[in-house]
Design a protein around this ligand. Sequence first.
Ligand SMILES: Cc1ncc(COP(=O)(O)O)c(C=O)c1O
Length: 245
Amino acid sequence: MSLKPHTSAALNRIQPSATLAMTARVTKLKADGVDVIGLSAGEPDFDTPDFVKEAAIEAIRGGQTKYTLVDGTVALKEAIRGKFRRDNGLDFGLDQITVNVGGKHTLFNALVATVDPGDEVIIPAPYWVSYPDIVAFAGGTPVTIEASAAQNYKITPEQLDAAITAKTRWIIFNSPSNPSGAAYSPEELDALGEVIRRHPHVMVMTDDMYEHVWYADFAFSTLAQSTRPPTAIVGVASAADLIAA
Ligand SMILES: Cc1ncc(COP(=O)(O)O)c(C=O)c1O
């Protein structure tokens, strides 16, 4: 007799990760001797830089192996505050910063903590595959806005305005975008910010993961700079600085 473990309704609402399935397939093809390049998981093709490794080893040797404050050590939050001031012209209090274990964990915590059944979360498409699943896990309804190739995979202020309803809780916004590479100019962000300011019940989750990953003549700015005063901003920057290092 085989025992089938019970899985929760929340778990049953989500699909296995397409990214991980593709990564597993690439690993298998490589093992079979196939010359294949994996373009699924967003991982740098170089090792963690030595100064990062050394700092981690030094911290462990120095006894930093105990529980920290749940939302991150004061030193780390100070460093994050400094990064937002230096790179983005944004000033956050330490009580507005929380540290998690990566971007996915940050999105998960924020959505599970704020989304109720029936709430809508706007996601411009094409999107990173995890967004709708995390929304569904939290009990919300993903609402996608299609950004076609003809519009360079960017949503327009009119599309955003039309997608917002009384039930909209968040917009999850990602620029430069995975997977399209679309990157919004400050003017385009300001136009979206103007729409968002007219709907103060809508919170903004700006996933700035690829802040430093662009190849054209481009200067990054974040939607957080265009939505002041912000209702809520979650800057997901976990991998951005490592990739840039
Ligand atoms: C747009 C985007 N946001 C967030 C993440 C997840 O980041 P983390 O690996 O820190 O959970 C990824 C990773 O591929 C991503 O592409």
